[in-house]
Design a protein around this ligand. Structure first.
Ligand code: C2E
Ligand code: MG
Ligand code: MG
Ligand code: MG
Length: 276
């Protein structure tokens, strides 16, 4: 047993490796049944419009509660779902639930809310997604304009022509398109210029160190100007302190999202906040 007598570092290393790959395996196999087992639910994080301080926009964020793997962040399980292909069903499930939620809010008197939905599967930016959206909007009798599809830059860099065609169809339906995590992907200004978007969502990394970083301040200011020059709204995420909020207000950012304003919430809490 030479291995067991080897340097502690080595055995720790392999132990960690095993735990990591075991955890990944557990996530992978549990993910496949998560929809059928009712383990997913959505929370909604409000965004404040700086022009009138109103909360009429929210982002739907996926939560997974599984007995074996516990509560795991979508930051961890979504990439695994993407690699294994399970993401297709997840994205469609999320769209279904969001449309049902908009209808339910509507029935309770909340009629002017817009919900941003994250869609990550590149090849789902296709007819399947479009047809599913149309169907859910029809079934639930909601307005397409109450939906905003958030995609990351990576999605359309890999699937340009077809993706853009489908996104145009989604816009024709009346839904909105947001480019998520802007500034961290691969998009050129040419893409942005020709892309049928309504909203640029600046990545939180530029907000995080805003107070002490002149170049982040420059990037935020220029992104707001860029968005407005293209006729888009700019949303910033991860707003956690007053300095950031004041800075964004001063530079005419349109919408802000972050723990300073509100954490992701359950549907009944959104009712209270957005209806007031
Ligand atoms: P994202 O779309 O950029 O979502 C923003 C993330 O920032 C969310 O994390 C949110 O909870 C978090 N956040 C909000 N305010 C603050 C803040 O003030 N400070 C900090 N540090 N974080 C804040 P979450 O919910 O863990 O989601 C992580 C990522 O997972 C999302 O990034 C998105 O890419 C993906 N994701 C979430 N839900 C879905 C979904 O339904 N479908 C798909 N395909 N992807 C999803
Ligand atoms: Mg998002
Ligand atoms: Mg984002
Ligand atoms: Mg992000």
């Amino acid at each position: 047993h030479a291995k067991e007598k080897g340097p502690g570092q080595f055995s720790f290393y392999t132990q960690d490796m095993n735990e990591t790959s075991m955890e990944r395996l557990a996530i992978e196999s549990n993910l496949r049944q998560a929809i059928d087992n009712n383990e997913f639910y959505l929370v909604y994080q409000p965004q404040m419009r700086l022009k009138d301080n109103q909360f009429k926009n929210v982002e739907a964020l996926l939560r997974w509660n599984n007995k074996e793997v516990g509560n795991i962040s979508p930051g961890i399980f979504i990439p695994i779902a993407e690699e294994t292909g399970v993401i297709n069903q997840i994205d469609l499930w999320v769209i279904t639930k969001v449309c049902e939620q908009i209808k339910s809010w509507q029935e309770q008197g909340l009629t002017d809310i817009t919900v941003a939905v994250n869609v990550s599967a590149g090849h789902l930016i296709s007819d399947t997604l479009l047809e599913h959206l149309k169907r859910q909007i029809l079934i639930n009798q909601i307005h397409a304009s109450q939906l905003e599809i958030e995609i990351t830059e990576a999605v359309f860099v890999e699937h340009t022509e077809r993706t853009i065609a489908t996104l145009r169809s989604i816009k024709k339906l009346g839904a909105k398109i947001a480019i998520d995590d802007f500034g961290t992907g691969y998009s050129s200004l040419q893409y942005i210029q020709n892309f049928p978007a309504d909203t640029l969502k600046l990545d939180g990394m530029f907000i995080r160190d805003l107070e002490n970083n002149d170049s982040s301040q420059g990037i935020v200011r220029s992104s707001i100007i860029l968005a407005h020059s293209l006729g888009l709204e700019l949303v910033t995420e991860c707003v956690e302190n007053q300095f950031q909020l004041d800075f964004l207000r001063e530079h005419h950012c349109d919408l802000v999202q972050g723990y300073l304003l509100a954490k992701p919430m359950l549907p009944h809490e959104i009712m209270v906040l957005c209806n007031s």
